[in-house]
Design a protein. Structure first.
Lengths: 341, 266
């Protein structure tokens, strides 16, 4: 399979004015302006196959949005290559625009003063969408995203959650091959988030639309994406399956037990049988938790061990959140080297 | 055909928007209306001592002021600001996401809005005609026709100018400054303040090599039948050539400007 998106050694530098403080600094800048180069994206390379769903994450200012803007053809790279569906986005911007959809959480592509329905029909003309395809998509999206209640209102009058739903529909009307999502769930309430995630997943799975998602919401990633691309300071520091990351960085498991009678369990007894496991007893023995590495010990055996020794009322198992995992990756990225798992 | 249709639709939407924001347009046209009225009374005072100034009779001068008002009403401040604003607030990014040519899209929107502006302008112009009384008008249908073509060419030239001025917002963040400078230069050199024939000879000959005279002076002179027949056709051809030149210059500046984009936020 040939990749849909190829990014090779992509670099983007911005010039920033350097101004010394105070009036003298301003005067000096006026006479002889100085600029410094800041590298927002630093020789990154990756490729994405058709139908993939990729999370593109990194701390603020890592270069995520800059990459997306280059992929969409808005920004011109300083160096390197990009190819999206065989098209160089910044050179053949209009050709590229026909193949892609994009949703930016911070901006809308709807016309502020037009009723949403008219914005969508204007997009139909702009993307030259055939009548039948337009009707089918509009009906489908209206149904899933529940657009019906505000289609007649202008974009400036609808809520953020409604606007995001409308923007999603707007970005997919022309059945793009790739959908770029830049923080699509920012500032939304839980139910709207859930609906949007469900919709994106459906688009990815049923229409085979390739998804590239940037977000700070870890649930977005877990819910939608199979692959994780992490960048920091303009460099790719991790690229791999989401599951592989979890296996590498989320080996800890904690089983919580609630028991009927106060538990009298010596830590030694546990250690003898399960080396490396840690025991915490709380609430005067009515609640205890055992922490262990899931690649060394089996949860079933630990549970069996506990069942024999006490009257267990309730059990649940915790795994580290993806948030914690990614924080570990950011923090372990001290010398900005690629992490291999 | 389909590729062209989307720009027509954009123009239509822009016209709809203009109607929705009619008070915004009305206010900016009223400013022009007050200006032309003040000029009317200044010239009236001057003409009370003279029969003719720079070859213009009082009736002709009134007609000149009327045409000045009409050409200034087309493509108002609003359209000019719309282009600058897109660049400054970063919504240009959203335009770049769409399979649209930025310049053609802006032309379509500007022309859409100008249809509404010309209707409002015509309404106000008829008030001027009633107040002014005895305005000179074209002698025959052909002159009217030439005038209308010249007026359309004037709108195209003006679009070329405001588009290029708007693009300067990629390098500066002061849209009002850009618009003021643009308006001052256009008004002076297009004949929107006084007919160009009243300028010192050297300045008048400079304007002959600039696009601005096609905005007010040429359509007004055709209306007054001061430029007629073959000369009028020639002037219109020059107007159209300027419009084309500005269009191509706009394209060139855009392709440079677009490399300049940083787009704030995110």
């Amino acid at each position: 399979m040939t990749p849909l998106i190829i990014v090779d050694d992509l670099t983007k530098e911005f010039l920033h004015a350097v101004k010394k403080p105070g009036l003298t600094g301003s005067v000096r800048h006026l006479l002889r302006p100085e600029y410094e180069k800041k590298t927002a994206v630093d020789r990154i390379s990756f490729s994405i196959d058709p139908g993939e769903s990729v999370a593109y994450v990194g701390p603020n200012g890592a270069g995520k949005s800059t990459t997306i803007k280059m992929l969409t053809g808005i920004l011109v790279p300083t160096g390197g290559k990009i190819l999206v569906n065989g098209v160089i986005p910044y050179k053949q911007r209009i050709e590229n625009a026909k193949n892609i959809g994009a949703v930016f959480g911070q901006r809308t592509q709807l016309w502020w003063d037009l009723p949403v329905r008219e914005s969508l029909s204007l997009l139909k003309a702009i993307y030259e969408i055939p009548e039948r395809e337009y009707k089918r998509n509009l009906e489908l999206f209206t149904d899933i995203l529940n657009l019906g209640e505000f289609l007649h209102l202008p974009a400036r009058k609808i809520s953020l959650g409604q606007r995001m739903r409308a923007d999603l529909a707007a970005s997919l009307l022309h059945n793009p091959k790739v959908l770029y999502l830049d923080e699509p769930t920012i500032g939304l309430d839980v139910s709207v988030k859930a609906r949007i995630r469900q919709f994106i997943k459906q688009v990815n799975q049923e229409s085979g639309t390739t998804i590239l998602l940037t977000t700070h919401d870890m649930e977005d990633i877990e819910d939608i994406c199979k692959r994780l691309l992490i960048i920091d300071q303009g460099r790719v520091i991790f690229d791999g399956e989401l599951q592989a990351v979890k296996d590498a960085f989320a080996q800890e498991r904690t089983i919580h037990f609630e028991v009927r009678a106060p538990l009298h369990l010596a830590e030694d007894a546990l250690h003898n049988q399960f080396p490396g496991a840690a025991l915490h007893i709380q609430n005067e023995g009515s609640h205890c938790s055992i922490q262990f590495n899931r690649f060394h010990l089996a949860a079933g055996e630990i549970i069996e061990f506990m069942m024999k020794r006490s009257d267990v009322v309730d059990i649940h198992i915790d795994e580290p959140s993806i948030e914690l995992v990614i924080r570990q990756i950011y923090e372990s990225n001290l010398n900005n080297q690629r992490i291999i798992v | 055909m389909n590729a062209f249709r989307k720009y027509i639709v954009l123009g239509k939407v822009s016209l709809q928007n203009a109607m929705a924001y009619r008070s915004t347009f009305l206010i900016s046209l009223l400013a022009g209306f007050v200006l032309v009225m003040s000029q009317f009374y200044i010239w009236k005072a001057i003409y009370s001592k003279h029969n003719e100034i720079g070859g213009y009779s009082w009736d002709e001068m009134k007609a000149y002021l009327l045409i000045m008002f009409i050409t200034n009403s087309l493509l108002s401040w609003y359209s000019e600001m719309a282009i600058s604003q897109k660049i400054l607030d970063g919504s240009v990014a959203m335009d770049l996401l769409k399979p649209l040519d930025f310049q053609k899209a802006r032309l379509a929107e500007t022309m859409g809005a100008s249809i509404f502006e010309s209707i409002l302008g015509a309404a106000l112009a008829s008030i001027i005609i009633i107040i002014f009384e005895g305005i000179a008008s074209p002698p025959d249908l052909l002159t009217w026709l030439l005038f209308l073509v010249s007026l359309l060419a004037s709108a195209l030239i003006k679009f070329g100018i405001i588009y290029i001025a708007g693009l300067f917002c990629f390098w500066t963040s002061n849209p009002y400054g850009v618009a003021w400078v643009r308006a001052a230069i256009t008004n002076l050199l297009s004949g929107a303040i006084v007919p160009l024939t009243l300028f010192p000879r050297w300045l008048e000959s400079v304007t002959a090599y600039l696009p601005f005279r096609g905005v007010v002076f040429v359509p007004a002179s055709i209306f007054l039948n001061r430029i007629n027949g073959q000369a009028a056709v020639q002037e219109i051809a020059i107007q159209l050539l300027w419009a084309l030149f500005l269009w191509l210059a706009g394209r060139m500046i855009w392709s440079r400007a677009v490399r300049q984009i940083t787009i704030y936020g995110g």
